[in-house]
Design a protein around this ligand. Structure first.
Ligand SMILES: [Zn+2]
Length: 246
C-alpha cells in the first residue's frame, strides 16, 4: 500500500510543497512520512501524513531507539508542526492579514538592517583565488546568521518569504561550515580576516596541497554567488509582497 493520489494531492497543496518541519521549499524533492508507522497500525490518510524534505525525513527514519542521539520528535510534536505550517500556507492564499503583514515588514527590516547590501555586493565581487591571502569577509555573514538563528520570532507569516529566508540561512551555514575546515585566521590583528592558506598553492612551501586549494577557492566563489543571488531574490520578493521601500 502507498499513499493514494487523493491523500497526496491534498497534503501537497496544504503544505505548498514545503517541508513541515524546516519549511524549506522542496518542489519534487518532498516525501510523505507516516506519523504512526505502518507496522504500528498507522493508516495512509491525511491525518497520519506529514510532508517532509529529504533531510528531515531521514532524521525521522534514522532515529535509533537503542542508541538514541539527540531528541526524537514525538507524534504530537510532528502534528503540531504540520498544523502550524498548513495554517501559514493557507493564510497566504487569502487576501492577507494586516497584522501579519505588519509583522512581516518588521521581520524583514530586522534582517535587512542586520546585513547591509554593500556587504553582500562585496561578497559577490570578491575573488577568493586572486587575492594574495584569499581573505574572506566573514563578519556580515556571522551577524546575519546569529541574529536570525537566536531570535525565534524572526519568522515570516508569509511562507514564500520564510522559505527564501531559510534558503539564505542554509547557504550561509554551508559557507561557515567550510570556513571552519578550509580557512584560518589571518594574523593581521583584524578578527574579521580569514584566508585560504596561500601556501597550499605554492609548490615549495612545504605544505603544497594544490587540489585542496583549488577546491576551496571554487567552493567559496560559487557559494558567495549563491548567497548573493539568494539575498537578491529575498529582497525582491519582500519588496513585492510587503511593499517595503528600501
Ligand atoms: Zn525539512
Amino acid at each position: 500500500m502507498a499513499w493514494s493520489d487523493k491523500v497526496k494531492n491534498e497534503v501537497l497543496v496544504k503544505c505548498g510543497r514545503h517541508c513541515c518541519i524546516c519549511h524549506k521549499f522542496c518542489g519534487i524533492k518532498i516525501e510523505l512520512h507516516h506519523i504512526i508507522h505502518k507496522s504500528e497500525g498507522g493508516k495512509e490518510n491525511v491525518e497520519n501524513c506529514i510532508p517532509l524534505c529529504f533531510d528531515c525525513h531521514a532524521d525521522q527514519r534514522s532515529y535509533d531507539h537503542n542508541h538514541p542521539k539527540g531528541t526524537k520528535y514525538s507524534r504530537e510534536e510532528l502534528k503540531r508542526h504540520r498544523e502550524k505550517w498548513y495554517k501559514m500556507v493557507g493564510q497566504n492564499l487569502g487576501t492577507g492579514n494586516i497584522d501579519h503583514l505588519e509583522q512581516d515588514i518588521a521581520t524583514f527590516k530586522v534582517i535587512f538592517e542586520t546585513i547591509p547590501t554593500n556587504s553582500i555586493a562585496h561578497l559577490r565581487e570578491w575573488d577568493f583565488g586572486r587575492r594574495w591571502f584569499s581573505m574572506i569577509p566573514i563578519r556580515p555573514l556571522q551577524l546575519l546568521n546569529l541574529k536570525i538563528k537566536n531570535e525565534p520570532w524572526i519568522e515570516f507569516f508569509d511562507s514564500d518569504l520564510e522559505s527564501l529566508k531559510l534558503n539564505l540561512i542554509d547557504l550561509i551555514t554551508d559557507f561557515e561550515a567550510r570556513m571552519v575546515k578550509d580557512t584560518f585566521y589571518y594574523r593581521d590583528g583584524n578578527p574579521d580576516s580569514h584566508c585560504i592558506p596561500r601556501e597550499w598553492s605554492e609548490p615549495h612551501s612545504g605544505n603544497y596541497q594544490p587540489e585542496r586549494y583549488e577546491n576551496a577557492v571554487k567552493f567559496f566563489n560559487d557559494k558567495a554567488d549563491e548567497i548573493s543571488e539568494a539575498y537578491v531574490d529575498f529582497v525582491i520578493l519582500s519588496r513585492r509582497k510587503l511593499g517595503v521601500i528600501i
